[in-house]
Design a protein around this ligand. Structure first.
Ligand code: UT7
Length: 324
């Protein structure tokens, strides 16, 4: 018998304000054509003034919980993956917990930037496998617009705001890939690549929030290699092939990265959930937002095998195989 962390409900929230490429090209030297050709992005959602990461997280989290048929009294653990918390402390997860009315149980944030959802899912899964919690609300939420340099066309066109959430419960499985739940997670990081993708500020360095800095072309090159490698690792660990996977739900950074990775893995584009055109890169929120999109439109069904993969600042990267 094996404990499995089963995703019972997914939720999402996107700020109402949609900013198109055309609108961006009025304030920064870019064009809709360049952005679409180089990234596949058509638009992004941007949080309103005063709208915080916790607001996005609470909305997505509440929806995931309700769709799972759970109330906050049922939740044993609140985790938020974010690189853009409301405050340096307390954790954004604590604000979610307070808003949903469940004081007393643990809450904390995970910081692995764009890999935050895969990292957090691994942490939650291990809490469940250890028997420490029986249910969890796990949310990826970001207001990346707050850390963009809106004069840097190389980065400001790439990101957006949003939140996606999963409500999980611990169930008993047989220990095979037929089980529902998280089947395996695979995490990596390489801190020596810091200079290729980072924020040039922080509490202990500049006492400012700082802005995203990125060597896009180099990050792109590493992303395709690392993502294909961590997907293969997940397949091997579970003794399955890419043909067994129903859906690839990748971190959404760039449509060309999604296509190159899919080609390398020999998975049909029809099996890849793509939301980067609508949401841009929402960092830790991008995988659960894509998952919610696939579930909401009926493509992703209970019992199907979903492979998630992500890569981000650190570098961090990783994958997770989940039977829905
Ligand atoms: O989620 C975390 C991981 N992040 C990523 O995975 C992002 C990975 N990188 C990328 O997605 C791509 O590298 C970018 C979309 C960031 C850039 O695409 P690229 O094809 O690698 O372009 P580039 O950086 O090589 O730039 C090509 C040209 C440059 O002009 P010159 O030097 O050739 O004259 C840039 O200055 O495009 C120019 N450029 C732009 N032009 C119009 C860069 N940004 C823009 C822009 N609009 N927004």
């Amino acid at each position: 018998m094996t404990i499995r962390s089963v995703i019972r409900g997914v939720g999402s929230y996107l700020p109402a304000n949609v900013v198109t490429n055309e609108e961006l090209s009025k304030t920064v030297d870019t064009s809709d054509l360049w952005i679409q050709e180089r990234t596949g992005i058509k638009q992004r959602h941007i949080a309103a003034d005063g709208e915080m990461t916790s607001d996005l997280a609470i909305a997505a989290g509440r929806q995931a919980m309700e769709r799972a048929g759970l109330t906050s009294d049922d939740i044993d653990l609140f985790v938020v993956a974010t690189a853009t918390p409301d405050q340096t402390f307390p954790a954004t997860a604590a604000k979610v917990q307070a808003a949903l009315g469940r004081p007393g149980v643990p809450s904390f944030d995970i910081q692995a930037v764009c890999s935050g959802f895969v990292y957090g899912l691994s942490v939650v899964d291990n809490f469940m496998k250890c028997g420490q919690v029986k249910s969890a609300l796990f949310i990826g939420a970001e207001t990346f617009s707050r850390i963009l340099d809106w004069e840097d066309r190389g980065t400001c066109v790439l990101f957006g705001d949003g939140a996606g959430a999963v409500a999980l419960t611990a169930e008993t499985g047989q220990g095979s890939t037929a089980d529902r739940g998280v089947l395996s997670t695979h995490l990596h990081s390489d801190g020596t690549q810091h200079d290729l993708l980072y924020v040039d500020g922080g509490v202990s360095s500049t006492q400012t929030t700082g802005h995203v800095r990125m060597e896009g072309r180099e990050v792109f090159r590493h992303a395709v290699v690392n993502l294909a490698s961590t997907v293969r690792e997940a397949l091997e660990a579970n003794d399955i092939t890419i043909d067994d996977v129903d859906w690839l739900v990748p971190h959404q950074a760039n449509k060309r990265i999604l296509e190159s990775t899919a080609k390398k893995l020999r998975i049909s584009g029809d099996k890849v959930i793509v939301t980067v055109d609508q949401h841009a890169n929402t960092s830790a929120a991008s995988i659960p937002l894509a998952l919610a999109t696939g579930v909401d439109d009926g493509r992703i069904q209970t019992g199907q095998l979903v492979l998630m993969e992500a890569m981000g600042g650190g570098f961090t990267w990783g994958s997770a195989l989940v039977r829905m």
